[in-house]
Design a protein around this ligand. Structure first.
Ligand code: COA
Length: 246
């Protein structure tokens, strides 16, 4: 699924690209990426209490800037972001590239599309969480029913499928937690395709959105939501040499 990227990145209109960076591998260094960050990002980085979170933020932002620079053929350090009312970042003065980013533990995913709203989410599969209790607070009635109907040994994965699909969807919409999580339904059964199944607000929404499942590695679940019937998703490993990040 995850491939080495080509030297020149081309993103077609009905395509989405997802990039994976596993920061547990020692090939990502903060110093490479620090030089790309804006003064605001550096201030934000300094505010993290834990070094681990600071490192993830710096490298994730650096990778994001490096990739936007490659898609748009611009200097990554010169990119300015704007933020929606709910905190979703976009590229200032540019309408030809949409992106979203997610990080969990050591895993970072960045997703790109040309002109469709896109959201990505990755979560570490924590085997110790009480999936039914959390589902009762966040999932729709049908999702809770479908989760409980799974064999016990599939419920943790079913839970994270559902969680990341819902999160990817609200991140694509961009309204954050103001969006009603129990008013739309996604598939969750392990082995079945990722899908938006229904929404409370628009019967046609289901045909407008596509969802994709991905496995960044065996300990993580990833989901992508995009407002279109995309023809192809490409999965790239962010394995760009430090001297080539700009
Ligand atoms: C902020 C939120 C958008 C994602 O939070 P998260 O899952 O903790 O974090 P992720 O790593 O997946 O995503 C963070 C990135 O999303 C982006 N982001 C921030 N606000 C966003 C928004 N409103 N919409 C889309 N993307 C957003 C940012 O780039 C951020 O990265 P950065 O802080 O390094 O700049 C929001 O959905 C949230 O707080 N969720 C909490 C979890 C929850 O209750 N989920 C219920 C699922 S059933």
């Amino acid at each position: 699924m995850w491939m080495d990227p080509p030297d020149t990145l081309i993103l077609n209109e009905y395509e989405a690209h997802v990039w994976r960076a596993d920061l547990a591998l020692d090939k990502y260094s903060q110093t490479t990426f620090l030089q790309l960050l804006s003064p605001e990002e550096l201030t934000r980085a300094r505010k993290f209490r834990f070094e681990k979170d600071r490192r993830t933020f710096i490298i994730a932002r650096g990778i994001l800037r490096s990739l936007i620079g490659k898609y748009l053929k611009i200097n990554p350090a010169a990119i300015s972001f704007h933020y929606s009312r709910f905190g979703k970042p976009g590229i200032l003065d540019n309408n030809c590239l949409r992106f979203n980013i997610s990080h969990s533990e050591n895993m970072v995913l960045c997703a790109f599309a040309k002109k469709f709203d896109i959201g990505v989410d990755v979560e570490f599969i924590n085997p110790d969480i009480e999936v039914k209790d959390i589902a009762a607070n966040f999932f729709s009635v049908n999702e809770i029913r479908n989760l409980i109907a799974l064999p016990a040994n599939q419920q943790t994965l079913g839970f994270f499928n559902c969680w990341t699909r819902k999160e990817a969807f609200i991140k694509a919409v961009g309204e954050g937690l103001s969006f009603p999580l129990d008013k739309f339904e996604v598939s969750l059964k392990p082995g079945e395709p990722a899908k938006l199944l229904s929404t409370d607000w628009e019967p046609n929404a289901v045909s407008k959105w596509s969802m994709y499942a991905m496995t960044p590695n065996e300990n993580f679940v990833g989901s992508l939501a995009i407002e279109s019937a995309v023809h192809e998703i490409k999965f790239w490993d962010y394995d760009i040499r430090p001297e080539s990040v700009t």
